[in-house]
Structures are given as structure tokens and as C-alpha cells.
Design a protein around this ligand. Structure first.
Ligand SMILES: [Zn+2]
Length: 230
């Protein structure tokens, strides 16, 4: 192909006004061509199996590729130096920065949920609307029937008196702790619950097996007393 038009722009060949017209005509012609299914089919077949110019070539073996690579990395380096130390807002302006951030956020989330949807999910899953919400005590292991009312019932049953046999302390100021005899905080059966003074309750934190046995015997002795409201 050694036509005189090779490597010349339309401007060089036709002059600027005519070049514009030539471009328009060419663009129109192509558009029309691509509208024809037969033409598209033909193009598609022709393109299949055709190699791109750089297929199989590497920077090491092809000068053009080496040049192209250098050009890109130089531009990239310049970009990075320019952006470094700046916020996206400073580098791109507020509007563009917002778009970039949104894009990054989407990529990180790995999802394309809309802001609205995510806001809804967030509201539904947080705080009081969450199905696991236990009045801010979801981290505790107590059963849901472990209420202040139940504890008061137990204290009353025990005459506001520490149930440790050799203690007998009576509640005067601060409310006495109610203890789970079997150490299972989800077992709120009154038979499993017992009033202790604070020092005695602290004792039960150690030698658990001993105390579990101790309260088991106590329970057997006082079963009729410890069963409340049943
Ligand atoms: Zn006590």
C-alpha cells in the first residue's frame, strides 16, 4: 500500500474545511454499514482469528512495545508523584473526588448496592431494631427471663437474707446478688436461684464444684421454700 494518502491527515490532503466534510461523510457511511446485519456478520467473521499487532510480542523483542511501555510508566509515575500527599479533593476537585471515592467504595464492598439500600440495611441491623437486641446486654449470657422482677422475687422468698448457712447477713442498703446455683446463667428456674450477700457471692467465684454441690444440698433441704410461684 504505497498510496500518496498514506500517513497524511485529511487536513493535509483536502484542507481543513473539506477535511471536516470528508470525516462526516466517512462516519455516516460507517454508521449505515454497521446497521446492516449482513455487514456486521461479515466483519465479525473477518475479525475472528485475526491477531492484534502486538500478539506474541514482548518488550524484550519488540521496539514498539518497549517504547509504549516506557511512555505509560513515565506518565503513571508523574501521576503518582502529583497525587502523592494530596487528598482526592485536592487532586481532582470535590465532584470528581466524590465519584472516585464512590467507585473505590463499591470495589471494596464487592457489591453494587445503592446508598439507599445500604442505609436501610444498616438501620435495620443496628441497635434496637436488630432481632438480637437485648436492651444493650446482648453480650451477656443470661436468659431473657433473668429480670429485675425475678431477682426481687427470689430475695423476698429468701427474706432478704444471705442463704449461706453460716452467714445470715440481711440486706439493708445495696440489693443482694441472686446467684445461679449451677452456674448456668440461662437457668432462671427459682430452684436454681439463691440470695447471697456480696462477700459470699464473691466466694462462689472460686471452687465452683464445691459451691455447686453445697447449693445442691441446700436446695434439697429447702426445696419447698425455694419453689416460688409454682
Ligand atoms: Zn453471706
Amino acid at each position: 500500500m504505497n498510496s500518496p494518502m498514506k500517513n497524511k491527515t485529511y487536513e493535509e490532503i483536502y484542507g481543513s474545511r473539506e477535511a471536516k466534510e470528508q470525516r462526516r461523510v466517512r462516519s455516516e457511511t460507517r454508521k449505515k454499514l454497521w446497521q446492516s446485519p449482513a455487514y456486521r456478520e461479515k466483519q465479525s467473521i473477518a475479525r475472528k482469528g485475526r491477531n492484534t499487532w502486538n500478539k506474541g510480542l514482548t518488550k524484550e523483542t519488540d521496539e514498539r512495545l518497549l517504547k509504549a511501555g516506557k511512555k505509560i510508566s513515565k506518565t503513571k509515575k508523574g501521576m503518582m508523584a502529583w497525587i502523592r500527599g494530596r487528598t482526592y479533593e485536592e487532586a481532582y476537585g470535590v465532584k470528581k473526588a466524590m465519584q472516585i471515592k464512590q467507585k473505590i467504595r463499591k470495589l471494596r464492598l464487592g457489591t453494587s448496592l445503592s446508598e439507599e439500600t445500604r442505609r436501610k440495611i444498616g438501620a435495620a441491623e443496628s441497635g434496637e431494631k436488630h432481632h438480637n437486641w437485648r436492651g444493650g446486654k446482648s453480650f451477656e449470657v443470661y436468659g431473657i427471663d433473668w429480670t429485675p422482677e425475678l431477682r426481687e422475687q427470689i430475695r423476698k422468698r429468701d427474706n432478704y437474707t444471705c442463704q449461706m448457712l453460716d452467714c445470715g447477713a440481711v440486706q439493708t442498703g445495696r440489693k443482694f446478688p441472686v446467684h445461679h446455683s449451677d452456674y448456668n446463667k440461662r437457668n432462671s428456674d427459682p430452684l436454681n436461684l439463691i440470695t447471697l450477700c456480696l462477700p459470699c457471692h464473691t466466694k462462689t467465684e472460686f471452687n465452683r464444684n464445691y459451691w455447686e454441690n453445697y447449693f445442691e444440698n441446700l436446695k434439697r433441704r429447702n426445696e419447698c421454700v425455694y419453689s416460688v410461684g409454682q
